[in-house]
Design a protein around this ligand. Structure first.
Ligand SMILES: *Cc1c(COP(=O)(O)O)cnc(C)c1O
Length: 462
């Protein structure tokens, strides 16, 4: 399998190349040259384990970059870290409505599904090449802990993760700072999340330092993360009767990575009726898909903070397909968007997008009401992100005969304050994490200053 850039001018790469590159050199995102066709094979996958289906889904994307046996071992290792035999189990919440629980991994959010595999892929490829990298990132919550948990203890990777001091929840902070492996380095920056991101950018732009420290990233535009997320669309659809009947999905959406994986599964031949993009009041995607207005504003804080974004990076991958896979057209559109902060989508583009997608923006009251109603109707306590998905599913519900699967992207114990305010129930941590509040923490505190951070990292890698 070859991968091409959405902006048309970067060289095509193989799987190993896109795994390590992240962003393409022309500023675009890598996508596969063609979508493998699984339609004729789905019926034969019924009854297989999550791991076995993951293997079948990933094999054509990986190509010659790994032996099939190595791929199988990495998948088994990644999903052996999950707390549930089904890995991503389905729970019924209504007559023909289901929740797909993606939070049974080590940090209780869906990012573990991709990150547990990504960490192992990284380590395998780097070890083979005899290379070491320093993964530098900034986090406002879920991504940092998922990356740390996935990369802890790996000899080929050092991790430096920045978070804004005093501005992440205690659960989120402790999930990062109680990981005491030698290769994990947490830094609390005296500033905001935007300050942390600006520091990361500054250090990546100091090219001499970037090369010396071999800086790398594991962000959400990495293709390997997308492909790992296609798997649970397939397993859940098979459970509900695919390929003999179609299913729909409602996906709490921020960076458009998760729902884009559902679109890829559909393009590969999974019978998907509707893909519902559910956003919180940061509604750039709902405006884009409903009115053709893809334009940024200022980020508004919500009780579903992992979806508080201005720009959905992975949306460019969908645009590339909507523009007929024309890299020059996509590059011009994205360059215009970067300059003006807006992109108008024409009628034919919108019509094409609406053949697959619905989009719903859910406000804070509706999110809280959905948490309360879900508890009343099912006895289940759901987190605010999953509640946005459930509200989107209810609003966009079409044919009642088509199963609607909402992706539950976080465990409620990750957002205890918002859950308790809406439901009156204080969600407890799962047993294996019950001692989180008493575990030893380790992290450095640094001012919002690039020179101080560079010196800190230089000492770590010396
Ligand atoms: C990251 C995240 C999302 C959004 O996923 P995207 O791939 O960015 O659209 C939703 N819910 C939770 C809990 C998350 O951590």
């Amino acid at each position: 399998m070859r991968y091409i850039s959405t902006r048309g001018s970067a060289p095509a790469l193989d799987f190993e190349g896109v795994l390590l590159a992240g962003l393409a050199r022309d500023g675009g995102l890598y996508v596969p040259e063609t979508y493998p066709d699984i339609a004729g094979r789905l019926a034969g996958w019924r009854g297989l384990s999550y791991q076995a289906i993951a293997y079948e889904m990933l094999l054509p994307f990986v190509g010659d970059s790994l032996t099939p046996a190595t791929l199988g071992d990495l998948i088994d290792g990644a999903y052996g870290s999950f707390n549930h035999a089904a890995v991503c189990p389905l729970v019924q919440v209504g007559a023909n409505d289901f929740l797909l629980e993606l939070f049974h991994g080590p940090t209780l959010a869906f990012k573990d599904v991709a990150m547990q595999l990504l960490g192992r892929l990284f380590n395998t490829v780097l070890t083979r090449r005899g290379e070491q990298v320093t993964v530098l990132g900034a986090t406002s919550g879920d991504t940092g802990s998922a990356a740390i948990e996935a990369l802890r203890g790996l000899p080929s990777v050092k991790v430096v993760m920045l978070h804004p001091k005093g501005r992440v929840s205690e659960v989120q902070r402790r999930q990062m700072t109680t990981v005491l492996d030698d290769n994990i380095h947490n830094v609390a920056i005296e500033g905001t999340f935007d300050d942390c991101q600006a520091l990361v950018k500054t250090l990546f732009n100091r090219l001499e330092f970037r090369d010396r420290a071999r800086l790398s990233a594991v962000n959400s535009i990495n293709w390997a993360r997308i492909v790992a997320q296609t798997v649970y669309y397939v397993t859940s659809a098979l459970s509900l009767g695919a390929p003999d009947r179609a299913v729909s999905f409602s996906v709490p959406t921020g960076n458009f990575g998760d729902i884009y994986a559902g679109y890829v599964a559909k393009r590969m031949g999974l019978p998907v009726d509707r893909l519902v993009v559910a956003t919180n009041r940061n509604d750039i995607l709902a405006r884009a898909l409903n009115a053709g207005d893809y334009s940024t504003g200022t980020v508004q804080p919500t009780i579903s903070p992992s979806m508080d974004i201005q720009v959905s990076s992975n949306f460019e991958r969908l645009l590339f397909d909507l523009f007929g896979r024309d890299g020059a057209v996509t590059a011009a559109a994205m360059t215009g968007f970067q300059h003006s902060g807006r992109l108008a989508l024409g009628g034919n583009i919108l019509d094409e997008a609406r053949r697959s997608f619905d989009a719903v923006a859910v406000d804070e009251d509706m999110t809280r009401e959905t948490m309360a109603a879900t508890l009343r109707q099912t006895g289940l306590v759901v987190d605010p992100h999953s509640a946005v998905g459930l509200a989107g599913a209810a609003r966009a519900r079409g044919d009642a005969a088509v199963p609607m699967i909402t992706l539950a992207t976080a465990h409620p114990a990750k957002f205890p304050a918002a859950v308790e305010a809406a439901t009156g129930i204080s969600p407890g941590l799962p047993p294996r994490m019950a001692d989180l509040y008493t575990r030893q923490e380790r992290y450095a505190v640094l001012p919002h200053d690039a020179d101080a951070l560079e010196a800190h990292i230089s000492a770590i890698i010396a």
